[in-house]
Design a protein around this ligand. Structure first.
Ligand code: S3P
Length: 168
């Protein structure tokens, strides 16, 4: 069995928070590609971007994603860019896991991004950069997802309950 649930979506959509809570409810292990990368490389995501560059980060992310897609019965949160490569898209379309896209608007994500978070892609003009990335990525997120959850103005417990319902 692959991961039970895979959470995808942009930076600030709540993948880690929702994923931890969902894993707890389902008594499954929570995994997060960014945390695995940081443990493996012994550097933060920002350090990797600054010291080695984005291409190096994407290569590490690709191999971590490949590993994590082989873990049984986990709730797996993917970094916002992890599902975007062609290889990742095909792997995620083929996998038996339930792929859930957490969809959030710029207005609702704005207060969550840009402040002292480890997000190297949003260093200058966080809103503008988030929006540019989202315009390019939204069709990909939508095309991979088995379920799209609108997380705007909804509480964590409402979102988790909705995911529990759709995967049951
Ligand atoms: C990225 C999202 C980040 C992290 C890296 C790049 C992206 O993860 O992987 O900064 O390309 O959208 P979160 O979505 O968990 O913030």
């Amino acid at each position: 069995m692959p991961p039970r649930v895979i959470l995808i979506g942009p930076m600030g959509s709540g993948k880690s928070t929702i994923g931890k809570s969902l894993a707890n409810k389902l008594s499954l292990q929570f995994r997060d590609t960014d945390s695995v990368i940081e443990e493996q490389e012994k550097k933060t995501v920002s350090q990797i971007f600054i010291e080695d560059g984005e291409d190096a980060f994407r290569l590490i992310e690709k191999s971590v994603l490949r590993q994590e897609l082989l873990t049984d019965d986990t709730v797996l949160a993917l970094g916002g860019g992890a599902p975007i490569s062609i290889d990742a898209q095909s792997a995620l379309r083929a996998i038996k896991s339930h792929v859930v896209y957490l969809d959030i608007s710029l207005a609702n994500v704005a207060p969550r991004i840009g402040f002292n978070r480890d997000r190297p892609l949003l260093l200058n003009n966080p809103r503008g950069q988030w929006q540019t990335l989202m315009e390019a990525r939204r069709p990909i997120y939508e095309s991979i997802a088995d379920t799209v959850i609108d997380v705007n103005k909804r509480s964590q417990s409402e979102i988790v309950s909705q995911i529990m319902e759709v995967i049951s």
